[in-house]
Design a protein around this ligand. Structure first.
Ligand code: SF4
Length: 368
């Protein structure tokens, strides 16, 4: 693909391509909103509550700072109740001690935990404990203020905010992602990274980000996204959203650095053909010069995530057969099941070649 220089006259207006399956993605609306006393006492909690009230969502003020009433008769019922519940809470004091998150960023921090989508391979399974309720944090100013402690003057420091949630999927209810972007726009050396499978980027356009936020979309080939990614925006809609974020302001865009996270990569039948189609769609959506990075993540699972996913999605056709995988152990003794070395090599070569050919200036950050 040749990349054209962006001028307002060379960039096509924002339209869906004829073959696109873009449809207006419905915003997630919880069936119940729980709010704790501690969250009520926070001005940012009040701001979230105001948004929720304006949407006429049923609100329940809890007597204590504990979430209750989420357990159903079965794991699946608990899952259903939780995934329809928004809880406005304050984050645990321990969350102010940040953890590194290689290879994605220097540090991770959290503005929420839980996600309204229903991906059958969900990365949160096994990482978050308890019912998968969507908790949003009311003490955001404190969370942001704490980040400066991890910044070293003169050394760019990156922060990932989407390890435990899809921040765009709940942005209409929280406004927290926009607040993070505004905060990082004021930092000398701090850089924000977020990733999503949703497409409601309108509220993020026009924010004073100063190039300190990289917006990424997680995308996949049609057999994976259609079969396994319930409750998300279509891949076409995500790509149009990414285009919007990357376009210059004078073309109606957000002028953000952007990124693609192609994940989880699976060698399904005819995988080269399906991933070629995906890369063609990406080329069509990003047909102008932009600051683009790519992250490539092959499918993997752990014994813990498999167990949780089997209770959440008992009828899933997702391949989690240990006997066909290689075992990868980490330094803490944890086990991961990944594809065998030959398959990994083939997949990696395909993506690295195809991406270099189509996006010669894009940086591939890692393959895993
Ligand atoms: Fe899990 Fe991400 Fe899918 Fe949300 S969008 S369900 S966090 S994999």
């Amino acid at each position: 693909m040749s990349i054209a220089i962006p001028t307002s006259t060379t960039i096509a207006p924002l339209q869906d391509s004829p073959q696109s399956d873009t449809h207006k993605t419905r915003l997630w609306m919880p069936e119940q909103v729980l709010v704790t006393p501690a969250a009520l006492a926070e001005p940012w909690g009040q701001q979230i509550l105001e948004r929720v009230r304006s949407l006429n969502l049923p609100i329940q003020e809890l007597p204590r700072n504990r979430l209750t009433g989420l357990r159903g008769e079965s794991d699946r019922e608990t899952y259903d109740i939780s995934k329809r519940t928004l809880a406005i809470v304050t984050s645990a004091p321990s969350s102010l001690k940040l953890s590194p998150i290689p290879p994605s960023a220097d540090w991770q921090f959290h503005i929420a935990e839980g996600c309204p989508a229903h991906c059958q391979y969900c990365y949160l399974a096994g990482s978050l404990q308890g019912p998968p309720v969507i908790r949003v944090f009311a003490n955001l100013p404190q969370i942001l203020e704490n980040l400066a402690n991890y910044e070293q003057a003169g050394k760019p420091t990156s922060y990932e905010v989407s390890c435990y949630t899809d921040p765009l999927g709940i942005e209409h209810l929280t406004g927290s992602l926009a607040e993070c972007i505004r905060y990082f726009g004021t930092r000398e050396d701090g850089y924000l990274r977020w990733v999503s499978k949703f497409d409601n980027v309108e509220p993020l356009l026009g924010l004073p980000h100063q190039g300190h936020t990289r917006c990424r979309m997680s995308v996949n080939a049609a057999p994976v996204s259609r079969r396994f990614e319930g409750g998300t925006a279509s891949v076409s809609a995500r790509l149009q959203a990414l285009r919007r974020l990357a376009l210059p302001v004078e073309c109606g865009g957000g002028d953000y650095p952007v990124g693609l996270v192609i994940a989880p990569i699976m060698p399904m039948e005819d995988w080269e053909e399906h991933y070629t189609t995906l890369l063609d769609d990406i080329s069509a959506a990003l047909d102008f010069d932009c600051d683009l990075t790519v992250e490539l993540i092959s499918h993997r699972f752990t014994p813990g995530s498999k167990e949780v996913l089997n209770t959440w999605y008992p009828n899933s056709k997702l391949d989690m057969d240990e006997s066909t995988r290689s075992v990868k152990r980490n330094k803490f003794g944890g086990t991961k099941y990944v594809y065998d070395a030959d398959t990994m090599k083939q997949l990696r070569r395909f993506f690295e070649q195809e991406i270099a050919r189509r996006f010669p200036t894009a940086q591939i950050l890692y393959w895993t």
